[in-house]
Design a protein around this ligand. Structure first.
Ligand code: NI
Length: 422
């Protein structure tokens, strides 16, 4: 899911570019040429055969083979089309850490023209989950060669795009006893070698509303005999804007977008009903509650004002994704170790996209990173577009950083456990 707000990064000075290239080369060098070949081949195999949420059967087989090739033997299915692989640590007393990569694709027809472009018509890895899956396996390659203190579980999670996979993984119990979880998303706005690992909100909640105004239909010439649901709809569309502008703290990001408005079929007929639907985004739990409650209150108030009845359905999506400060601190230590302190950056504005990793961080400390994938001379097509084409060097940055997250977090042990913030 998800893509952050579209603010492009400024081009860095040449010296910065050269320094960054050297740091990226260092991350790449953590893998042998043969390992790099395998990770690249894995990503391209996944990219060529993308599968939609809950249909990741070939993906699951491809990933299992890649994990086995890395010498990882403890692999089991989770959530139907996902996998969880366990890499035992060197110290049985050290905390257990999970690394998560999502694996599903989107219903988009690919237009990149890449030699390994999708062979499945109308389906594309346009959100980079092929990169996420491959860099999670890449982290597994490094950890299998040189295990961390604590045991590491690699979670290859299905159905992120529909916001359902993480909850299924949690329900399966495979993460019981895990002390912290890390994952990342490709980010085309940052060059390869830059990483976001900040405390707090990194993605928004994604609830939806559906309101049907039930009135009384009639002749368009005789409104006095009808109860017009379209006037209520129009009032709702305007009034609901005041939730963000007048009710929400101006310092907090929030969105209420009406994306569906549907009523009527003839110029001289007042219809029986009118329907609106849309999305509600927030980055704190309190703001989420305020906006969701507000949408319902506005619907009921405008219905009462216009003498119609509102039936308001709110559907819970993913919660706001809040990085736990203790886990985010581990992630920043890992980034500094792999890429140097100058690799750390921050989102220019709040990301109002959603991400089902949020379900994990509601249950345990965790950090979700955004990992730069903008390459030299590459098109900056955003995620969820038919020309999305992340720079593949980011596979090794992602793999090395996630492996380092596991090492740092297993060494951090007790400070993680005491740092749970809810
Ligand atoms: Ni995504």
């Amino acid at each position: 899911m998800s893509d952050a707000a579209g603010v492009g990064p400024e081009g860095a000075a040449p010296t910065g570019d050269a320094a960054r290239a050297a740091r990226v080369a260092g991350a790449v060098a953590r893998f042998t040429p043969e390992e790099r070949e395998r990770v690249l081949a894995l990503r391209r195999a996944l990219h060529a055969a993308p599968e939609l949420s809950w249909q990741e059967h070939t993906t699951q087989r491809t990933l299992r083979a890649a994990l086995e090739a890395a010498g990882i033997t403890e692999i089991r299915e989770v959530a139907g089309t996902g996998l969880v692989a366990t890499i035992p640590g060197t110290d049985p007393a050290a905390p257990v850490i999970a690394l998560r990569g999502d694996i599903d694709a989107l219903p988009i027809a690919e237009e990149t023209g890449l030699p390994f472009a999708s062979v499945h018509p109308g389906v594309m890895h346009a959100c980079g989950h092929d990169m996420h899956a491959a860099w999670t396996v890449a982290a597994g390659i490094l950890l299998a060669k040189a295990p961390a203190a604590g045991t590491v579980r690699l979670v290859l999670q299905p159905a992120e795009e529909v916001g359902e996979g993480a909850a299924r993984v949690l329900a399966s119990g495979v993460l019981d006893g895990v002390h912290a979880i890390f994952g990342g998303h490709v980010d085309w706005r940052f060059p390869v070698g830059e990483v976001v690992a900040t405390d707090g909100a990194i993605a928004a909640s994604t609830d939806t509303f559906d309101v049907v105004f039930h009135g009384r239909g009639g002749h368009g010439a005789r409104p006095q005999d009808a109860r017009d649901p379209i006037v209520a709809l129009a009032a709702f569309v305007m009034e609901v804007q005041t939730l963000v502008s007048r009710r929400l703290d101006p310092g907090l990001p929030g969105v209420v977008s009406v994306t569906v408005a549907d009523a009527g079929s003839a110029a001289n007929v007042i219809p029986e009903r009118a329907r609106v639907a849309g999305t509600i985004r927030a980055t704190t739990r309190a703001a989420r509650t305020l906006l969701c409650d507000g949408v319902r209150a506005v619907a009921e108030s405008v219905a009462a004002l216009h003498g119609v009845r509102a039936v308001c359905t709110l559907s819970e999506g993913t919660p706001p994704l809040l990085n736990t400060p203790t886990a985010a601190a581990c992630a920043r230590t890992a980034v500094r170790e792999v890429l140097g302190a100058s690799a750390l950056t921050a989102l220019p504005t709040a990301n109002m996209g959603g991400e089902d990793f949020a379900f994990y961080t509601e249950r345990m400390p965790g950090c979700f990173l955004r990992i730069g994938t903008l390459g030299e001379g590459r098109s900056a097509a955003g995620a969820h577009t038919p020309r999305f084409d992340p720079e593949e060097t980011a596979l090794f940055v992602g793999g090395a950083v996630l492996a380092a997250c596991a090492r740092v977090a297993t060494a951090a042990g007790t400070s993680l456990a005491t740092g749970v913030s809810r």
